[in-house]
Design a protein around this ligand. Structure first.
Ligand code: PMP
Length: 318
């Protein structure tokens, strides 16, 4: 393939490529393990041209019990559901994909990793459902653990994709053009992330994570409808249940969370990230004093297969 790049751009390209793979990296390509540098995809498909592909973002951790893929079944079940929602023929069983991923991690000597399965469709430029699909699984090192910095967030001028225009509960490549626009707008304006609203002006999520805010000892999160209902969001709700923290899933406007006690984004990649402020209005509590911080700690223990129920006793004093 010929790249029409200037020299400086070529260097940038190489830099970013090697963040993800090197000459020895192996990926899973439709049933086979091949060198990432040799893998090829076609240029005449709906996935490239129309964003008609479904994918997942998964993480594995080095735990005391060995390398463990967190919520592997949930992620691969969602991948299957996303393919089904997009009418793509896709017949991999969840268990087979989990097994293939463990093998891939081993072949690449990875423990703390980010795993990216993607289902592409074979050559077809028509605006009709995919005729044939193939699964690719990539994995690369992700060692930075906690992304502990507190985020300055702005309300985006972009809305989430309208659920009457897209199947928003599916993780579809094309939806992420919206995420890129929202995230870049926030960065260009000097913020860390975007808070994206739905078509009714209710809080939905960030460009790539779900959101919670904390007020008077209760954690609030947007109800399903215009969000990708994240596996981390479900895990947070589960942890809150176990730790006795009340939660409410409901639609709300950004003004209701502005200036609340605390807030966080949650997603597989980000894990649980504290929010500093929304549209420059800071959250009230010191993060360390919030219930949200306890959830952050509990989540970290959970992914590492460590005990977190001990946190329950300290919660009575919050
Ligand atoms: N919303 C969006 C738009 C996302 O891209 C993600 C990341 N997959 C999430 C929420 C969080 O989902 P999960 O917790 O399953 O990673």
């Amino acid at each position: 393939m010929v790249f029409f790049f200037k020299k400086t751009e070529q260097i940038k390209y190489k830099k970013s490529k090697y963040m993800y793979y090197n000459d020895d990296s192996v990926l899973f390509f439709d049933g086979e393990y091949v060198k990432a540098k040799d893998a090829k995809t076609d240029l005449y498909g709906q996935s490239l041209h129309y964003g008609y592909a479904v994918f997942e973002g998964i993480k594995s951790y080095k735990t005391a019990n060995g390398t463990k893929i967190f919520k592997a079944k949930e992620h691969y079940d969602r991948l299957r559901k996303s393919a089904e929602a997009m009418l793509m023929p896709f017949d991999y069983a969840t268990e087979a994909m989990v097994e293939a991923t463990y093998r891939l991690l081993e072949m690449n000597n990875l423990s703390n990793a980010y795993i990216r399965p993607i289902v592409n469709c074979s050559p077809n430029m028509a605006l009709s459902k995919g005729q044939k699909s193939y699964l690719v699984i990539e994995a690369w090192n992700w060692d930075n653990g906690y992304l502990a910095d507190k985020m300055r967030v702005m309300t985006s001028s972009f809305q989430r994709p309208n659920p009457k225009a897209f199947k928003v509960e599916a993780k579809v490549s094309g939806h992420y053009v919206n995420s890129i626009l929202a995230c870049q707008e926030a960065k260009d304006k000097g913020f860390d992330e975007a808070l994206v609203l739905d078509e009714n002006g209710n809080v939905a999520e960030s460009s790539g994570a779900n959101i919670f805010y904390e007020k008077d000892g209760i954690l609030f999160t947007p109800a399903k409808g215009s969000i990708l209902p994240g596996i981390t969001r479900a895990t947070v709700l589960q942890l809150c249940g176990e730790l006795g923290i009340p939660t409410v899933e409901q639609f709300f406007k950004p003004e209701e969370m502005q200036g609340a006690d605390a807030g966080f984004f949650c997603g597989t990649a980000a894990e649980i990230v504290a929010l500093d402020s929304l549209d420059e209005v800071p959250f009230k509590l010191n993060w360390e004093e919030s219930l949200s911080a306890k959830i952050q700690t509990a989540y970290r223990h959970l992914v590492l297969e460590e005990d977190y129920l001990y946190l329950k006793s300290s919660l009575q004093y919050v």
